[in-house]
Design a protein around this ligand. Structure first.
Ligand code: SAM
Length: 327
């Protein structure tokens, strides 16, 4: 992976690097679960709901033959969703070596623990690297332009410094074709700050998650100082245990505009569910994935605690300015 030759503008301090490494090590260390282990997870219905949200986003915006960039692709959990959308080419990048290895294994179909399936119908390139530091326009010069870029449950890791947040958006903007789409999910800062306000101390949560802010965090400081690097610790049972960063959405929106990325929509996950469950095809998809069951209050639906975690996230869609040169 090449480093940015212009160095200074995007120079990183040591602590940023240490936190990026912490995140990478955390995800690398998470081993692949067997199907049985996965089904036994206390957040299995939340995982299924998140898969439904990602599937809906992909089905809404991916077109047959699309060239796709999956930033922070993890273990390749979305490969099947992209295959169903009949995309033409896929590039996945993640900072965690272990995750990219698992992604490669899944793509190649060896020892696939989920299901024996036919090979993916699209060619793919899988790379290990830091999407918020590297000049991806150089690394992916031969693969660009992309029709669609996806960054699922990961963009908030770029918000540790302004330089990294800018690099993330500059990368997406440089690689998308005019009219191309950027889809993603990330924590909803409004909800997190609202919950912090209602909390007794600097910690809040329920039986499946907790979020803890540093003692020195104060709302006054939050409103007056830099919107980058506002760190909290996020623990989600059986999934995440990492330092994360608040992404104030209005700042994200205007920064994205600087990079010619215009907001199409933003929706909290609760709103997203209510909106897209009006469509029969997505109700059917939800039923197939098994996230919400059949409406009976039994084991086949999200627990109230899982539903509260869903509320911590939002989905966004941005569009790269300019006219597409193909239909
Ligand atoms: N997008 C995948 C999905 O939806 O299944 C994985 C989501 S996981 C919650 C977050 C991912 O972000 C991890 O795989 C982690 O390694 C990756 N990540 C965090 N910081 C990154 C960075 N600077 N560059 C690339 N990937 C990063």
């Amino acid at each position: 992976f090449k480093h940015n030759p212009e160095g200074d503008a995007f120079l990183e301090d040591e602590s940023t690097k240490i936190f990026a490494r912490k995140v990478a090590d955390h995800y690398s260390a998470r081993t692949n679960q067997t199907l049985e282990e996965r089904e036994a997870s206390v957040i299995i219905h939340l995982k299924k709901l998140n898969n439904w949200i990602k599937s809906v986003l992909i089905q809404l915006y991916a077109r047959k033959g699309d060239v796709v960039l999956d930033l922070a692709c993890g273990k390749g959990g979305d490969l099947i969703k992209w295959d169903k959308a009949k995309i033409g080419y896929y590039v996945g990048i993640d900072i965690a070596e272990g995750s990219i290895e698992d992604c490669r294994t899944r793509y190649n179909g060896d020892a696939d623990h989920h299901q024996r399936r036919k090979k993916f119908s699209f060619p793919a390139r899988l790379i290990c690297g830091d999407c918020y530091e590297a000049r991806l326009d150089e690394v992916l010069a031969d693969d660009a332009p992309f029709d669609i870029c996806s960054c699922q449950f990961a963009l908030h890791y770029s918000w540790s410094t302004e330089a990294r947040a800018r690099r993330a958006l500059a990368n997406v903007s440089a690689l998308l074709r005019p009219g191309g789409t950027f889809i993603g999910t990330m924590p909803d800062a409004n909800v997190i700050i609202k919950k912090l306000r209602q909390a007794e101390g600097m910690v809040f949560g329920n039986s499946v998650y907790w979020i803890r802010f540093d003692e020195e965090f104060s709302e006054k400081k939050f409103k007056s100082s830099s919107p980058f690097g506002i760190k909290y610790k996020f623990h989600l049972e059986d999934a995440v245990d990492c330092p994360e960063y608040i992404v104030p959405f209005h700042v994200f929106k205007s920064l994205a505009e600087e990079y010619d990325l215009e907001l199409v929509f933003v929706k909290n996950s609760h709103e997203f569910v209510h909106e897209y469950m009006k469509r029969q095809d997505y109700v059917e998809l939800m039923r197939r994935l098994g996230a919400l069951g059949d409406g009976n209050q039994d084991q086949s639906t999200l627990s109230p605690d899982e539903w509260e975690v869903a509320y911590l996230y939002l989905s966004f869609v941005l569009r790269k300015r300019g006219q597409p040169d193909r239909t």
